[in-house]
Design a protein around this ligand. Structure first.
Ligand SMILES: CC(C)(COP(=O)(O)OP(=O)(O)OC[C@H]1O[C@@H](n2cnc3c(N)ncnc32)[C@H](O)[C@@H]1OP(=O)(O)O)[C@@H](O)C(=O)NCCC(=O)NCCS
Length: 203
């Protein structure tokens, strides 16, 4: 079920040229729709390059649908500017979510769009009764949302990963207490996997 979009006012970064700082650009966060597919794929290509489908996290997502109600985009008058999805996983004996990919168009970075998407996603996940979220990403960015390596340290991923970038956050205190073991994908499989033509070889 699609939820109403949430409008946000972008906060211009202090690093922006002073002439641009007074310009408050709005963006809205809404649930991803099927019609976003091409723009989202193009954005992910721009942000991660063609090797994005070789990442270890992709092994947890490939061929599967994202978790219900947990795919979001941020859009402005020019179109889609950011994307975030969360996915069902099993982390040892615990049901959890995998966060990612998160990507913001280069021209729209440092305006709070990434943070707004992550916070929106975590709020929705909590509302849908999910208990914990794992991700692979830069700790200096994700720590501000409560992600920490300690909570992920007992788990192993299906491929190589820089341990410092493997992070977790509990949505319910104690949700990951004492948990350890393999992380596996747990989402529903797509009926007909949709693969962009230029990604067929990599996928
Ligand atoms: C990481 C990313 C999503 C951040 O989006 P954003 O909208 O610019 O983020 P926010 O506006 O919420 O926060 C920006 C702040 O975070 C900091 N930041 C951005 N990426 C960071 C990183 N990898 N590590 C540490 N800090 C980071 C910025 O320096 C900025 O600080 P400033 O406000 O002092 O300039 C965006 O840079 C991006 O799409 N990068 C490429 C894809 C990627 O790495 N995705 C995350 C891994 S899944």
């Amino acid at each position: 079920m699609l939820q109403p979009a949430v409008a946000h006012l972008a906060t211009p970064s202090p690093r922006w040229p002073s002439i641009l700082r007074p310009i408050a650009m709005t963006f809205r966060i809404r649930d991803e729709k099927p019609g976003d597919w091409h723009a989202r794929e193009a954005l992910l290509d721009t942000c991660f390059g063609p090797a994005r489908l070789e990442k270890t996290c992709e092994r947890l997502r490939e061929g599967r649908l994202p978790a219900q109600g947990l795919s979001f985009v941020a859009a402005d008058t020019a179109g889609l500017v950011a994307t975030l999805r969360l996915w069902h996983i099993e982390a040892g004996d615990r049901a959890a979510l995998l966060l990612g990919p998160l990507a913001v168009a280069p021209a729209r970075r440092s305006a709070g769009i990434g943070a707004a998407l992550v916070e929106h996603g975590l709020r929705r996940a909590r509302r849908l009764s999910h208990r914990a979220v794992l991700l692979v990403g830069d700790a200096p960015y994700y720590e501000r949302f409560g992600f920490a390596h300690d909570l992920a340290a007992g788990f192993t991923l299906p491929g190589p990963v820089d341990e410092d970038r493997f992070l977790a956050r509990e949505l319910v205190p104690g949700a990951l207490a004492g948990a350890r073991g393999r992380v596996v994908g747990a989402g529903e499989f797509m009926r007909e996997p949709r693969v962009a033509p230029h990604h067929r070889a990599a996928a």
